[in-house]
Write a protein that binds this ligand. Structure first.
Ligand code: FMN
Length: 527
């Protein structure tokens, strides 16, 4: 470990044309991790399912217009989770069924766990709670002798890396960070739908988060949960108070997810290398790239709760559907960081990730390679880093920082870069998220934050695809350096960290959709 560096992990976990990143080789189904963590012996509080009654329109959130804040009570906490980390449907085929959630996850393995840190609120005593998505319930993990008084709640996110490593081996650490980013965005959107604001806290260290959530008290009892991040979520725009101390008493024993766990030393190394220290305040995000969202009208009248719960991944595209340029520009516009628009209003750092787009089927827009520069300060550096003969010809509305690099039919190239997956070619567009990897020098924890930012982008792209009447899919399997070679990148100052695609979905008629929760749930008792 002594001389293991971040670039050792990053290079070793790349997929290459002749060799995928080291993985388990074959899937050991008998050892498949349980997708649901539970704490035996912890009190279980079933949450209400009230989001059906929430009138908030997605188009309003899209413009940063939040409804009047709901009161902080158990109903609202139920909706916060119902629209972020909850199950949104069960899919079944033959004898098998599996849960889908509002937040996507690589391989549907869901390494991300959520925790609530709350003072006394109507219907809930103060405590640290684990969110059990299977039951839409809270498991009381910890209490204080002197409970804190909080005008909002903290929500903590953690990763059980083993869930992903079981299938994906060394690359799993990356996927856990993507999933964390998706979950941050999902919480940001859900909070906004309640008229609340979410803020990802830039200051707390991993050690502080682990102590508050009680992760230290579970060490050795089950597969490790790594602390990821903490959000402050409150009605209105109340600033985050100081973190409460670690609870004085803990309850519950975590379940083991697999009989055996395979250890991936590279993941253990990168986990240690990228541990987040306590951080002094960083520079605020830059002023908004484009102040007025261009796409308000296109989001129609759909309720935020409906859109959030209908989000799914496409497994196949029809290779014929086109979208209008107006819809495409609206999708891209939604990815621009705006300080008042969720989920970007939750993000505490300047935008460090840009979109390299393969445009295949957009009416009125030439097929080709485009770049969306999400932070204008990066334009000069990107131009210098990418192939010198790219056109950099401004495209789309004046406010949209979109540039045509080269007109070309890129379907075959997109497929081959995406590990040969047709979904990257048969769609309306696919893309790679080009991150400013150079910022990890001297601050390796920012490696994780770059993936989180990609995950936020992924969640926005998923929702916007639904708005546009198409469907998205995150792509974690791509050939890293083939993408870099295409763009003309040398060195690793910029690295593509996550890919995405969206188009006309072809549904599998053998699959049936079932409701997420039984109508006969009790309100307390065992989870
Ligand atoms: C980080 C990440 C990477 C993914 N990579 C791929 C991929 O390479 N190919 C693919 O077909 N789907 C991919 N997916 C889609 C997942 O398989 C999908 O999210 C999961 O099965 C859950 O289904 P849902 O999105 O409909 O809830 C990815 C999703 C995420 C979040």
């Amino acid at each position: 470990m002594a001389d293991y560096t971040l670039s050792d992990y990053h290079e070793r976990s790349k997929h290459r044309p002749n060799r995928y990143a080291p993985g388990p080789g074959r899937l050991d189904w008998s050892n498949q991790p349980n997708p649901f963590r539970g704490y035996a012996g912890a009190e279980c509080i079933h949450l209400p399912l009230a989001a059906d009654g929430l009138a908030t329109r997605y188009s309003d959130l899209r413009q940063g217009q939040l409804p009047s804040p709901l009161a902080l009570d158990l109903d609202a906490i139920g909706m916060l989770f119902e629209l972020s980390l909850a199950i949104s449907a069960w899919k079944s085929a033959g004898d098998t069924s599996w849960a889908l959630r509002c937040n996507p996850s690589s391989g549907n393995l869901h390494p991300t766990e959520g925790y609530l840190v709350s003072g006394h609120i109507p219907g809930l005593t103060a405590g640290v709670y684990h969110y059990a998505s299977r039951d839409h319930a809270l498991e009381r993990r910890g209490v204080w002798d002197v409970p804190p008084e909080l005008p909002g709640v903290f929500v903590g996110l953690t990763s059980i890396v083993w869930r992903e490593a079981w299938k994906y081996g060394m690359r799993a650490f990356r996927y856990c960070q993507h999933d964390c980013g998706h979950a941050i965005a999902a919480l940001g959107m859900a909070a906004a739908a309640l008229g609340w604001r979410a803020h990802l806290l830039a200051a707390p260290s991993d050690v502080e988060i682990a102590a508050l959530l009680g992760l230290d008290h579970a060490i050795g009892l089950a597969e490790r949960e790594a602390p990821d991040c903490l959000l402050w979520i409150a009605p209105g725009d109340l600033a985050a108070p100081p973190l409460p101390p670690s609870p004085t008493q803990f309850f519950g024993t975590p379940n083991r997810l697999s009989a055996e766990q395979v250890h991936w030393p590279d993941i253990e190394h990168v986990d240690q290398l990228t541990a987040k220290p306590h951080c002094a305040p960083m520079p605020e995000p830059d002023a908004d790239v484009a102040a007025t969202p261009i796409s308000a009208g296109l989001a129609g009248d759909i309720r935020a709760a409906t859109l959030i719960r209908q989000r799914r991944s496409a497994v196949d595209f029809d290779a014929t559907t086109h979208i209008s340029a107006a819809k495409f520009f609206a999708i891209l516009d939604a990815t621009l960081p705006r300080t008042a628009v969720p989920p970007w209003s939750a993000w505490p750092w300047p935008a460090e990730v840009h979109l390299a787009l393969f445009v295949h089927r957009v009416e009125g827009l030439e097929a080709g390679l485009y770049m969306l520069v999400r932070n204008p300060q990066a334009l000069t550096a990107l131009k210098a880093a990418l192939r010198s003969d790219w056109l950099w010809q401004k495209a789309g509305p004046a406010d949209l920082p979109l540039y045509l690099l080269v007109p070309h039919d890129l379907r075959d190239i997109a497929r081959s870069i995406s590990c040969g997956q047709d979904i990257a070619a048969d769609s309306c567009y696919s893309l790679g998220m080009l991150a400013h990897y150079a910022i990890t020098a001297g601050a390796p924890w920012r490696y994780r934050a770059l993936y989180w930012e990609c995950g936020l982008l992924g969640q926005v792209l998923y929702l916007e695809a639904e708005v546009a009447g198409i469907r998205g899919t995150g792509i974690g399997c791509f050939l890293d350096d083939e993408m870099h070679a295409l763009l003309g990148l040398e060195g690793n100052a910029w690295q593509s960290l996550y890919h995405f695609t969206a188009g006309g979905a072809v549904d599998d008629p053998r699959l049936t959709l079932l409701p997420p929760y039984s109508a006969t749930r009790t309100s307390s008792g065992k989870c």
